[in-house]
Design a binder for this molecule. Sequence first.
Ligand code: ADP
Length: 349
Amino acid sequence: MKLRSYLLLANTISIAFIIILLLVFFQYMLVTREQLIWLGIATVGAGIVSALLFYLLVRPLEASVRRVSEGAARIAAGDLEARVENTGLTEFKLLADQFNTMGTNLEQSFRQVKTAEAAQRELVANMAHDLRTPLASMQSYAEALEDGVIQDEATYRRYVTTIRSETVRLSELIQDLFELSTLDAGARSREESQPAVVEDVLLELHPRFSLQLEAKELQLRVRLPDRSLRVNMLARHLQRVLQNLIENAVRYSPQEGIIVIAAEELEGELIRISVIDEGAGIAEAERERIFERFYRTDRSRSRQGGGAGIGLSIAKLLVEQYGGRIGVEQAEGQGSRFWFTVQEVKMVQ
Ligand code: ADP
């Protein structure tokens, strides 16, 4: 039943009720015949006027309801941009506002789902690509060895070495992926956190880079405060963050470049550790994106032997798990300054 018919029916029922009452009064001689006629005419007249008023006043109400229902129908049909004009009676203005807020939220959630889906697809495509590249290279070298086309010892050794280094790359990639998934699942939160000593972590890391540093004739300079620096991070996590930053600094440094690792005190017992290189630096537009997983700048994508683009996202996840921040800025002169913050743990005297 329509709203208008409903109100008219209510009006007719109340008039009928008054007329029945008048007839009852007349029956028991409470009113005279003449009074009954006048009261009857007055009641019917008032009924007609109120029906007319109902009819007219209900129109803006109907229009408001129609606007909201049309908006809902458009949203139901998939048009998430549908909004309702908020005019008319106060209650309907409120309803329209709430409807529009719901539409905006719905649209935002839908967009987020779409973005997440696209990111997921990109992630799978990148993973497939990064796993396939070393596999394809190993396959072709192994086939060449199998065919027996290689005659000289040097080429044979080179092929075997390449296969070996590709297996290392593959297993590192799988390890990174594993680490990323366990970090996502928040596996650390249950572990007991023991403060790490920065200089110990650096000493442990140094041998891993010595060959690469030598090969590129790079200088590594470490600037730490005089006291022993303990920070609120598990040693293996600090090691992982520093390893990823130093690995990149070595990879993107020019021949004979200088890499500086420095720690400085900020306010509130916060320590900022920086890894500075003299490489080509990172364009401002890319400084946020390089911390996304699998993101590589075009320059490094075309470069041979680059990583898979996971290193910085692992570092970011780790640093943020301890409440720190990570970022990159242009180093003085040329190059990049990657930094992260971590809370210092002061020894109780
Ligand atoms: P990758 O394993 O490719 O190095 P990362 O997540 O560690 O992945 O780094 C993402 C991208 O950030 C790199 O591919 C590179 O383009 C850029 N990048 C990282 N570190 C540096 C650096 N020190 N100098 C220049 N570019 C860098």
